[in-house]
Design a protein around this ligand. Structure first.
Ligand SMILES: [Zn+2]
Length: 219
């Protein structure tokens, strides 16, 4: 039996990681650009990952599957996963990854922050809600082909560490916060001192929506 070098084993671990999908996206973590480094030394693998979205509740699931796949490779007895937060951007998604995401109506914003419809390619995509079907997505609508699309969030929510492609990459234009119309009880409108705190909560929600939807399309 040939003895493999650490480098060969590491390459095999990297290949094995292609089988790990993001629990909320139908794409391998490799095609998403989440895998930054794989090293193996004396049977111990170290896998460095970047999260696509810091608030993703499924990171622990990715981590346990990475460990499982890595230690499934002959010669690997243990696996350490190191998260490197904040370094991911939409540009890290491979062409295959983009194609797979587009197949389910999900689009990754370009580095310049523009969004193109995954169905017709039009830039006439309007944000409709900061909240899509998963925490890492926002909802939008293509006015060209009149199809709802979802946009992969490429920025962490306010307060989280910004990525290198975050604040620096976007155009300095005004953000376009999404207006969330909260249903208010009769009599609670007007002052911010309503018993349910509706006014303050509404403002906070609107700010939050703006922070979560950093992309803007320019015509
Ligand atoms: Zn379209």
């Amino acid at each position: 039996m040939a003895v493999r070098s650490d480098r060969e084993t590491g390459a095999e671990v990297a290949r094995a990681l292609r089988a790990v999908e993001d629990p909320e996206l139908p794409v391998s973590i490799v095609d998403l650009g989440m895998v930054r480094a794989v090293t193996v030394s004396a049977g111990a693998a170290v896998v460095e990952l970047v999260p696509t979205f810091l608030a993703c509740p499924a990171l622990w699931l990715v981590e346990s599957e990475v460990r499982e796949r890595a230690t499934g490779v002959p010669g690997v007895t243990q696996c350490q996963v190191i998260w490197r937060p904040g370094g991911w951007s939409g540009a890290d998604v491979s062409e295959a990854g983009r194609a797979a995401l587009a197949g389910v109506g999900l689009v990754v914003p370009g580095d310049e922050g523009t969004v193109r419809c995954p169905f017709c390619g039009s830039a006439e995509v309007t944000a409709t809600s900061a909240f899509g079907s998963a925490v890492c997505r926002s909802a939008a609508f293509c006015t060209a082909c009149r199809t709802p699309v979802e946009v992969l969030k490429t920025k962490a929510p306010a307060g989280a560490a910004p990525g290198p492609a975050g604040a620096a990459a976007g155009p300095p234009g005004p953000a376009q916060p999404v207006e969330l119309r909260l249903i208010r009880r009769a009599g609670s409108a007007g002052t911010g001192s309503s018993p349910d705190g509706g006014e303050a909560a509404g403002a906070a929600e609107t700010r939050r929506a703006g922070a979560l939807m950093p992309w803007t399309n320019r015509s």
